[in-house]
Each structure stands twice: as structure tokens, then as C-alpha cells.
Write a protein that binds this ligand. Structure first.
Ligand code: ATP
Ligand code: MG
Length: 393
């Protein structure tokens, strides 16, 4: 019965002169997500909101879900389009709409009206009262409640008339493409996919890097990361996933440095490589799934020691989150089930029994000096052999 959807957005409404850029980016994203499902959709910008009109057959749930994946959308309402907006026809069609939507249900309601056709027979406040009266006449069981109605019935009169009452929550945030690109350090864990989602939600395109340590980490562990990237890509569009062969570097650190410093030194090399890849790919920052105190490598001291090698901003959107909060987010975005599959991670293979929890940057730097020379060669080789996988949902 619906031929159209009204897509509302919140934050981009306040962007002043640049507003049209945000609106265009949002329209483009809505189109991108709707292209992936069956049906023909036309996406139009209209007075501070977006209208999507469908022609032909389409699956309602798929359409709603596709639009719920678009950052920048605050809500989606399925709309009934009423071609003949004469008052007589409008009241009849609004009544039919309520009958189809709610059958015999009893509820309190309020009519909200908006009119861009300034020559219409009624003003907006008049539409509210007159339509309210017409509804009460046809459905005597209903009651008006102007303060806390159970159902808000929206009537809009433009070139045509529109009625809607259901509201589906959108993803919120800002449209992709309005805020540059960042490089996500994506492991197979719970945290990093959520971290990528959160930064992308602010309008940032995502590239990703995964540190693979064959044969210690298996093909299946790598496939799991590709699968996670694919789920995240359902929100953020195509992701270029860079797979770095980290084995040689890890082994060399393991052989050369004090074991309690292993994790920190390894993480510093991850950051260095990620940063080099980020620069080569026009990224303006790095993203990790770190959260203060979660593990030894994420104490304030450890984070400072890791961050010591970074010249680019590192975004850590989960920094103040508890694990349970992160788990809930990962369930919401659909990565949890994949994240908990039990494959090995390169960080867990060469771990010390007693890692330092308060590493001192000076000491770590000194340990790393022992790596020079041979490490430069390995580093170059790792960069030269990066595999790039284009992942798209
Ligand atoms: P996650 O659940 O994201 O794996 P974690 O709790 O296991 O995080 P760590 O293993 O200490 O924490 O990793 C911290 C962050 O470092 C991760 O969130 C991720 O951004 C990055 N990271 C860790 N291992 C890898 C890897 N193999 N490849 C790419 N990034 C990694
Ligand atoms: Mg991990």
C-alpha cells in the first residue's frame, strides 16, 4: 500500500550554508543502499527532508532495513501518497489509511499538518482540527489527545497530499563522504568492528588493515576478518582491506626483545605500518578498538607507549566503554556472532606470561634500537607484500 517513504535527518539540518552538501551526500547514500535491493526507487530532496518514491514491486522490510543502514538518517516513515488532494478525497483516503493500518484498534491520536501549498482550502491548524473531526466521525472508538497521543497522524499537503503515522528509527550520525577517510585496525575481535562503525557513523569513509601471521594465524582467521569487514561494509560501503604479513616482524621481536615488552613493541609496529598505509591511502587518522584498562596493553601507560610512535590522530571511540556496552553495540550492528568465532589472533600467539602494565617509553625505545637494520628490511618487505582485498556487502 505504501508508494513512498519520508526520510528525516536531524544534525545535518543545522549546517548552514553547507547544508546542501550534506543533503546531497545523504541522498547519494540512500540511493546506494536502495540499489542493493529489489525495486525502483527515486530519491528526491524536498524542503529539509528526503522523499523516496517507489515504482513497481518491492519488499517493504528490505526497503526499511536498507534505509536504516544509512548514516545521517534520523527516521523513516512509510507514506501513502494521495494524488487527488481535494478535501473530500483527502479525508476519505486518510480514513482508508487508518483502517488498513490499525483495523479496529482503539487509541488516542492527534493530527499534525504541514502545508506547502499556500492556496489550499485550509491552513495547517485548520487541517488538524477538520481532519481530527472527520476521523472521529468515521471511527467513533478513537479519542483525541493533544498532549500525549498514542498515534500521531501526519498529513502533508504539497503538490500532492501525503499521510503517515509510523516511524522507524534511523542509524543517526552524519552521511558518509562528509568527513574524509580513516584507516581502521581491524582484528577478528569484538571491539574493532564496533570502533569502525562508530567513526564511520560520523560521516567518515573506512579503509582497514589486518595483521596476519601465517602459519600461526590460519586462513580461517583471515576469512573471519574479511567476513567482519563485509558486515561493517553493509553500513560504510566498500572497504579496501589491507592484509599485512606480520609473521617475520613478530618472530624477530620475539627473538630479540625482552618478552614482557613484546606486546607493546609489536603494537608499536602495527601502528607504524597502519600509519604508513593510511598516508598512502589519503586517510586522515587511525581507528582502534582500544578501551582503557581492558587488557595489559590498554592501560594508560601502555596506550601512551603505543601512541608514542603515532604522528597521525588515533581515534579510539570505545575508550570509555565497558566490555558489556561494546558487546551490546556489536550485537546491534550484527558483528557479534562472527567476532566470537574461536580463531587465533596474532596478538595472542606470542604473549608474555607477565606483560608489563606500566611500560616506560624510554625503555621501550631502547629495546627497539636492537631491532634496527634487519627490521628496516622486514618492514619494507611487509609493506611491499600487502594484499588488498576489496570488500563489499
Ligand atoms: P578487538 O576485540 O578489536 O580485537 P581486543 O580487545 O582484542 O580488541 P587488542 O588485541 O589489544 O584488543 O587490540 C587492540 C586494538 O588493536 C584492536 O581493537 C584493533 O584495533 C587493533 N588490533 C589488534 N590486533 C590486530 C590485528 N591482528 N590486525 C589489525 N588490528 C589489530
Ligand atoms: Mg583482539
Amino acid at each position: 500500500m505504501y508508494q513512498a517513504f519520508l526520510v528525516k535527518y536531524a544534525e545535518i539540518g543545522i549546517k548552514g550554508k553547507n547544508r546542501y552538501k550534506f543533503e546531497n551526500a545523504l541522498c547519494e547514500q540512500v540511493r546506494y543502499h536502495l540499489e542493493k535491493i529489489e525495486g525502483d526507487f527515486e530519491v528526491k530532496r524536498e524542503q529539509g527532508r528526503i522523499f523516496v518514491e517507489a515504482t513497481g514491486e518491492f519488499d517493504f522490510d528490505d526497503a526499511i532495513q536498507a534505509m536504516q543502514h544509512v548514516f545521517g538518517v534520523s527516521s523513516i516513515s512509510p507514506v501513502q501518497v494521495i494524488e487527488d488532494k481535494s478535501w473530500e478525497n483527502l479525508t476519505e483516503k486518510v480514513g482508508d489509511f487508518l483502517e488498513q493500518q490499525y483495523e479496529d484498534a482503539e487509541f488516542t491520536f492527534k493530527v499534525k499538518a504541514r502545508r506547502s501549498d499556500k492556496h489550499y482550502v485550509y491552513t495547517s491548524p485548520e487541517i488538524c482540527t477538520e481532519m481530527g473531526a472527520a476521523i472521529l466521525e468515521r471511527f467513533p472508538k478513537l479519542r483525541v489527545d493533544v498532549h500525549a497521543p498514542e498515534v500521531l497522524i501526519w498529513v502533508e499537503v504539497r503538490d500532492k497530499a501525503y499521510v503517515y503515522s509510523k516511524v522507524y528509527a534511523g542509524a543517526g550520525g552524519m552521511p558518509l563522504g562528509t568527513n574524509g577517510k580513516a584507516m581502521l585496525l581491524l582484528s577478528g575481535g569484538i571491539d574493532s568492528p564496533v570502533a569502525g562503525y562508530m567513526i564511520a557513523k560520523r560521516g567518515v569513509y573506512i579503509d582497514a588493515v589486518y595483521f596476519h601471521a601465517p602459519p600461526y594465524t590460519s586462513e580461517r582467521a583471515k576469512q573471519k576478518v574479511v567476513d567482519l569487514a563485509k558486515i561493517v561494509s553493509g553500513y560504510v560501503g566498500p572497504i579496501r582491506l589491507h592484509v599485512v604479513d606480520f609473521t617475520e616482524i613478530q618472530m624477530y621481536i620475539y627473538e630479540t626483545c625482552p618478552h614482557e615488552e613484546l606486546t607493546i613493541i609489536m603494537r608499536r609496529y602495527m601502528m607504524r605500518i597502519a600509519q604508513d598505509l593510511a598516508e598512502k591511502n589519503d586517510c586522515l587518522g587511525l581507528i582502534t578498538g582500544e578501551s582503557i584498562g581492558q587488557v595489559a596493553s590498554q592501560t594508560m601507560h601502555s596506550l601512551a607507549a603505543t601512541n608514542d610512535v603515532c604522528t597521525m590522530p588515533v581515534y579510539r571511540p570505545l575508550i570509555g566503554f565497558d566490555k558489556q556496552e561494546i558487546v551490546e553495540l556489536s550485537e546491534k550492528i550484527g558483528t557479534y556472532e562472527t567476532s566470537i568465532l574461536p580463531y587465533e589472533d596474532c596478538c595472542t600467539i606470542f604473549v608474555a606470561k607477565h606483560p608489563v602494565t606500566k611500560p616506560q617509553v624510554e625503555i621501550i625505545r631502547r629495546s627497539e634500537k636492537k631491532l634496527a637494520g634487519k627490521m628496516d628490511e622486514m618492514y619494507r618487505k611487509a609493506m611491499d607484500t600487502v594484499e588488498v582485498i576489496l570488500v563489499e556487502a
